[in-house]
Ligand binder design. Structure first.
Ligand SMILES: NC(=O)c1ccc[n+]([C@@H]2O[C@H](COP(=O)([O-])OP(=O)(O)OC[C@H]3O[C@@H](n4cnc5c(N)ncnc54)[C@H](OP(=O)(O)O)[C@@H]3O)[C@@H](O)[C@H]2O)c1
Length: 206
């Protein structure tokens, strides 16, 4: 039996790379993205590595999330791994003291509630098959031990994601479903490029 993995925000960046690695490891992968043409392009670039299909998914849209669940139940029949990778807004342009709270809310909507919505949707399938692995792609920016000034929406959304991970882990105690938060470290993606510009600015190299 082939294990099935679903990756969110996988049309580019770290999500795209995770799909490639899972395919190489022999998983069937549902590559999801909110933009259909970007998602289909990513699938066409990854098909040579294994069994990959596309599903359009904006994690902020409950209807999209229901649709992907229906697709899993009717067409794939299982989902073993959920990679909550989609994330937004490394918000270097404001700080906690003067933050635009509408922007902070948007960031939390995706980075926390989007991932949370996915967990709630897929858990019943994982419970039915008595197996599941959930990886929340978080960040050191949300680790209590590393919190500094700046990036308020991003840091707070990732800190909340880490607490969510702990809560769900406690609630799944004794079940064969494991959940973890990970920080990939700095990676040169579109988001990573924003982080690099900020570091260079701080070091007055820009
Ligand atoms: N890069 C780093 O150095 C770094 C470090 C630590 C943690 N991370 C975390 O790693 C994850 C991936 O980051 P990345 O560097 O690969 O970023 P990225 O290149 O900016 O890619 C982010 C992905 O998330 C998707 N996305 C955003 N909102 C979405 C939504 N509502 N529904 C579905 N997809 C959505 C984007 O889709 P569109 O193309 O449509 O915008 C894109 O595919 C994020 O959670 C990020 O916080 C990154």
């Amino acid at each position: 039996m082939k294990r099935v993995a679903l990756v969110t925000g996988a049309n580019r960046g770290i999500g795209f790379a995770i799909v490639k690695e899972l395919l190489i490891k022999g998983y069937k992968v549902i590559l999801t993205a909110r933009n259909e043409s970007y998602g289909l392009k990513a699938v066409s670039e990854l098909e040579e590595y294994g069994d990959v299909c596309f599903f359009k998914l904006d994690i902020n849209d409950p209807l999209n999330v229901n649709n992907v669940l229906d697709f899993i139940i009717s067409d794939v029949s299982r989902v073993d791994v959920l990679i909550n990778n989609a994330g937004v807004n490394y918000d270097t342009w404001h700080s906690a003291i003067n933050a635009d709270l509408d922007q902070v809310k948007d960031t939390i909507d995706t980075n926390l509630f989007g991932a949370w919505r996915m967990i709630q949707a897929l858990l019943p399938v994982m419970r039915r098959q008595n197996y599941g692995r959930i990886v929340n792609v978080s960040s050191g920016a949300g680790a209590f031990s590393e919190i500094g000034s700046g990036t308020p929406g991003y840091s707070i959304s990732k800190a909340a994601m880490n607490v969510l991970t702990l809560k769900v882990a406690k609630e799944l105690n004794g079940e064969n479903i494991l959940i973890n938060s990970v920080c990939p470290g700095w990676v040169r993606t579109e988001m990573g490029e924003c982080q690099l510009q900020e570091v260079l600015k701080k070091e007055q190299r820009l």
